[in-house]
Design a protein around this ligand. Structure first.
Ligand code: ADP
Length: 375
């Protein structure tokens, strides 16, 4: 249904002429994928950055045309800056695997106004505790005094609504931005709030990219020091594109200590290296086992594997989180340990990891003054 509506919006936009080009915006390839949810259409039009302000009437007309399609109540249209040939973003785009070119999105890697740093939490495969880490890390940033929020980019298996115990639909503000959901004093956005479970399963890559970029750019995040993105598991095209387009301050890789998980973690590290996103470090999750009866620790999972791997690849080791029933139960109940057991050892470990990540970001952000010599 929404694919059909998207196609109708595109058809309608074929009547919109790009000023000075003598052609319509669709045939010029300027319109992104159109994402339709709950009767609202979201898309962007790519324009030269210097012409963006004079093209405001074009944006308004595009929104008007889209909303005139039966079944569409409102449209959010943004103008995105044209990607200049030869720019770093363009170079990064050209590294995309050939099959990712099916429907290129001409969106430049842009910083998001009001957001200080975007940190991706990623893993080479699912089930290693990436989402649990992302949520607790974001809450730990907040506990450390930073303004933090978290975005669930795992479109196929959104888990933030459950992990943060949030239900309901986000509202639109002024017909433009989406107001993020909130719990534990932290803003949260997830595809799980927008579409019913299962809907996204039929989406193809370009639609997912488009939806992700909307959630990133058209949400009223407000002023944030840090936005944590819970990345989809693995290292496919969606992850790669997000890493390319989201102006990331860096990535935190979550791995369990076993060899096989570490091989996958290495793939994730390579992927970020490829698009020049700094690795802020590696977290070893389910590092050792804490016996629920006697409380003693057991190294039955290859404890220390991620630390050794971090050393091998020259990435910072951020810390280890044990496999503990308390973490699992609270994570699955939507009461993350950082807020529900804020005085406990796990909360302390997450806060320490958050401190190290932030140190890494600030270290990189520090200005480097070139040495000027006079002859
Ligand atoms: P991913 O995002 O990598 O798929 P999740 O964060 O959803 O992983 O975690 C998978 C499962 O493992 C969940 O049931 C979660 O509660 C549990 N889990 C994650 N980290 C830990 C931990 N350190 N100790 C115990 N259980 C954990």
């Amino acid at each position: 249904m929404s694919a059909e509506l998207s196609a109708r919006v595109i058809d309608k936009l074929k009547t919109l002429q790009m000023p000075g080009a003598g052609k319509d915006v669709v045939s010029l390839g300027l319109v992104s994928d159109v994402f339709v949810s709950q009767g609202k259409a979201y898309f962007s039009i790519s324009v030269p950055s210097e012409a963006a302000s004079s093209l405001e009437p074009l944006r308004e007309e595009a929104a008007r045309l889209a909303s005139s399609v039966p079944g569409i109540e409102a449209a959010t249209v943004v103008l995105t800056a044209d990607r200049k040939a030869g720019s770093p973003a363009a170079a990064a785009q050209s590294q995309r695997p050939a099959h990712a070119h099916a429907q290129p999105r001409p969106v430049a890697k842009q910083a998001i106004p009001g957001i200080g740093a975007i940190v991706a939490v990623a893993s080479g495969k699912g089930g290693v505790g990436k989402s649990t880490t992302a949520v607790n890390l974001a809450l730990a940033f907040q506990a450390n005094g930073l303004r933090a929020a978290v975005l669930d980019a795992d479109i196929y298996g959104p888990s933030l609504p459950r992990l943060m115990k949030i239900a309901g639909r986000p509202q639109q503000i002024d017909g433009k931005l989406i107001r993020p959901m909130e719990n534990y004093g932290m803003k949260v956005m997830s595809m799980g709030f927008l579409v019913d479970e299962g809907t996204a399963m039929i989406w193809r890559g370009p639609m997912i990219q488009s939806a992700l970029l909307q959630m990133l750019r058209e949400v009223a995040w407000g002023d944030l020091d840090v936005l944590v993105i819970d990345m989809p598991p693995g290292t496919g095209d969606v992850q790669l594109t997000l890493a390319q387009q989201a102006a990331l301050a860096g990535a935190v890789i979550v791995s369990t200590p076993q060899d096989l998980a570490l091989i996958d973690a290495r793939k994730a590290v390579n992927m970020f290296n490829k698009v020049e996103v700094p690795i802020l470090g590696i977290v070893e999750n389910m590092s050792y086992f804490v016996c629920p009866n006697c409380g003693t620790s057991h190294d039955i999972f290859g404890h220390g594997g991620a630390k050794a791997e971090a050393q091998k690849i020259g990435a910072p080791f951020l810390g280890e989180i044990p496999l503990d029933m308390e973490i699992r139960l609270n994570s699955d109940a939507g009461t993350p340990v950082v807020v529900s057991h804020s005085d406990g050892p796990h909360a302390k470990a997450y806060r320490e990891i958050a401190r190290r990540v932030w140190e890494g970001i600030e270290g990189r952000a520090a200005p480097v003054f070139p040495e000027i010599t006079f002859e």
